[in-house]
Design a protein around this ligand. Structure first.
Ligand code: COA
Ligand code: AMP
Length: 631
């Protein structure tokens, strides 16, 4: 099958295309209705199919003879632990944990928040929730209590599952006190918290609310899989938007399973029994799709790695894991490879390892800059696939289909649209732009399976945020262009979202926090280029009249505030004082211009600017702080 034939079929005959892909999964009742619209007028996939995602990912494989194959390999250099679970063992653990949740009254449609480090129990918890037809919402461990509280209030979980601690290189991060603070701050109170006690830090449990994971598992009655409809939600995953309130991306069961199963072969070229390693975290969409669901739906072995690309213990960590478990695919963010390149520029540690099992390296989460691409290709000698996707889609929108027809890659491009995604580059008037011209990247409806049908509890936010710019299209929020051969180049966000070390963050949210400082009259937070993390946020701060404060002291206080509210993951480390911020006459800060100045790009002074002199002034200040990128 050629790429072109597969792609054209998916666009010209989406119902037939996805109906056929759906037959690749063990439904309880296969769907008859392939594509329909819901009460909001949104396209939905497989509405009348009956299924259970955990059944498809575990029980089905045990029943069809894969029970003794490793499903999960846990490798934790930070604790010196390694553990393997076969499909049978994982299914049994998941069924028991589902029993623990059931005993707490969790039933179909209930929400369960999971705030855990990279341990097998995080996957067991997710799959246990799915087994009951309930909805999980995993919150990344690097988020502060406030962020967790916001998510608890939005998702209103019956139960929270957590652990006593996570380990960051050699630092023990106590999660339980953060969970306690979050519940103190949230208006919604969960009925129970199930806590995994780790030997590195034992947590104090709150009587009447907290339950010890191990004790509960010891006496749990395994629970059966609960059938759900294809359109019933599997999970909510919060992601950053342009405001302080994160968006709860809703993922349904049926479309998600079909798309991920298809992607495992089409994009990643994985077969049942192969070892797949996504070096991400279950708190991000990459972790949901390719540490948990994708590999298990496909009968592969997934690697759960609790460590970093460097310092645990060195820049050879990735190569060691690939060799030890014979990983066929490695998927990580470009930042991880930049970190390895920084510490081991010649990749001399690579010589200690046998990478013959590794067929392809996949990267996503942020722009893959050509130097990092070239370095990885030349040092490893492996094909490197840049693929572009978003929390909202749950899988790649553009990529190089290694299981269908690998194309010659081009550095800086995420290759071609993945089947199902009708990718168009639109100008401000909604017309498709010619090759080479940069515009908004939009996806013509219907979106393929797995893409979000709504924002949890806020359909209007989904409609206005994604569907109203160009009628009939989903707006991705990314800008870019296609070349003459249709290759897609993603050039960055067109909104106030930034990507720091592959982590998606909202500058709008950081601005709300910085603006709350008593000395600050106004501020703009923008992303500037960072050689390691891709982008880093910086604050440009205007002081209130008459306020006298040392710039260093102010910076220290602002850094601490962002860390406390969002968490260390925000990587907000710089704030500089400016006299004026460039604005339009209606008072809107010209953030795009600020970004262009920081990136050293040429810019056009808009006719709506209030005070043109503010631009050269701010450029001078940013330059004097080394914040203007020079070619
Ligand atoms: N729980 C608690 N804290 C966490 C955390 C977690 N799960 N993950 C990160 N943090 C903390 C870190 O300890 C650090 O805190 P500090 O400021 O007190 O040192 C801060 O958040 C920033 O973390 P990170 O961005 O990971 O920086 P780092 O300097 O520790 O490591 C890299 C740098 C490049 C090695 C790291 O960013 C990396 O591995 N990046 C790959 C990203 C990735 O996999 N993204 C997934 C999307 S596909
Ligand atoms: P997230 O929802 O956290 O996966 O972040 C999605 C955003 O990350 C996208 O909208 C892009 O801005 C960026 N992104 C993800 N993958 C890529 C890629 N391969 N190239 C460029 N940007 C990417």
């Amino acid at each position: 099958m050629s790429y072109q034939a597969e792609y054209s079929n998916s666009i010209q005959n989406p119902e037939g295309f996805w109906a056929e892909k759906a037959t690749d999964l063990p439904w309880y009742t296969p769907p008859k209705t392939i594509l329909s619209t819901d009460e909001n007028g949104i396209y939905r996939w497989f509405a009348d199919g009956e299924m259970n995602t955990a059944y498809m990912a575990l029980d089905h494989h045990v029943e069809s003879g894969r029970g003794d194959q490793d499903a999960l390999i846990y490798d934790s250099p930070v604790t010196g632990t390694k553990r393997k679970l076969t499909y049978r063992e994982l299914r049994d653990e998941v069924a028991k944990f589902a029993g623990v949740l059931k005993a707490q009254g969790v039933t179909k449609g209930d929400r369960v928040v999971i705030y855990m480090p990279m341990v097998p129990e995080a996957l067991i918890a997710m799959l246990g929730v799915a087994r009951l037809g309930a909805i999980h919402s995993v919150v990344f461990g690097g988020f502060a209590p406030h962020e967790l509280a916001v998510r608890i209030d939005d998702a209103e979980p019956k139960v929270v599952v957590s652990a006593s601690c996570g380990i960051e290189v050699s630092k023990v991060i106590e999660y339980k006190p953060m969970l306690d603070q979050a519940i103190e701050q949230s208006a919604h109170k969960p009925k129970a918290c199930i806590v995994l006690q780790r030997p590195e830090a034992k947590a104090a449990l709150t009587a009447g609310r907290d339950i010890d994971w191990e004790e509960a598992m010891a006496s749990a009655e395994p629970a059966d899989c609960v059938p759900v409809k294809g359109t019933d939600p599997l999970y909510i995953l919060y992601t950053s938007g342009t405001t302080g309130k994160p968006k709860g991306v809703v993922r349904d069961n049926g479309g998600h399973a079909v798309a991920l199963k298809y992607s495992m072969k089409a994009i990643y070229n994985m077969a049942p029994g192969d070892v797949f390693w996504a070096a991400s975290d279950v708190g991000w969409v990459v972790g949901h799709s390719y540490i948990v669901y994708g590999p298990l739906l496909a009968g592969c072995t997934t690697v759960v790695y609790e460590g970093k690309p460097v310092r645990t213990p060195d820049a050879g960590a990735f190569w060691r894991v690939v060799e030890e478990y014979k990983a066929k695919a490695l998927f990580a963010a470009p930042t991880a490879f930049r970190a390895i390149k920084k510490e081991d520029p010649e990749a001399s540690l690579l010589e200690n390892y046998d990478l013959s099992s590794l067929k392809t390296i996949f990267m996503a989460g942020e722009r893959l800059d050509p130097p990092t691409y070239d370095w990885t290709v030349s040092k490893t000698g492996k094909p490197v696939v840049d693929h572009w996707w978003q929390t909202e889609t749950g899988w790649a929108i553009c990529g190089n289909l290694m299981g269908i027809e690998p194309k010659t890659p081009k550095a800086g491009s995420s290759t071609l649209p993945v089947p199902g995604f009708n990718v168009q580059i639109l100008g401000p008037d909604g017309q498709e732009l010619p090759a080479g011209e940069q515009g908004s990247i939009a996806l013509k409806l219907p979106l393929p399976p797995s893409c979000l049908p709504t924002i949890w509890g806020d359909f209007e936010r989904f409609r206005t945020g994604y569907l109203s710019d160009f009628p009939g299209y989903y707006t991705s929020g990314d800008g870019g262009y296609k070349d003459e051969e249709g290759y897609v180049f993603i050039m960055g966000r067109t909104d106030d979202v930034i990507n720091v070390a592959g982590h998606r963050l909202s500058t709008g949210e950081m601005e709300e926090i910085v603006a709350a400082h008593p000395a600050v009259a106004e501020c703009a937070v923008i992303g500037v280029n960072d050689p390691l993390k891709g982008q880093a946020p910086i604050g440009l701060v205007l002081l209130k009249d008459g306020v006298e404060v040392e710039e260093d002291q102010l910076q220290g206080e602002l850094v601490a505030m962002v860390r406390k509210e969002i968490g260390p993951i925000a990587c907000f480390q710089r704030a500089i004082v400016v006299q004026r911020l460039p604005k339009t006459r209606s008072g809107k800060i010209l953030r795009k211009l600020l970004r262009q100045i920081a990136d050293g790009q040429s810019y056009t002074v808009p006719s709506t600017i209030d005070d043109p002199a503010s631009l050269s002034e701010i450029e001078g200040i940013m330059d004097s702080h080394g914040l203007v990128q020079r070619a």
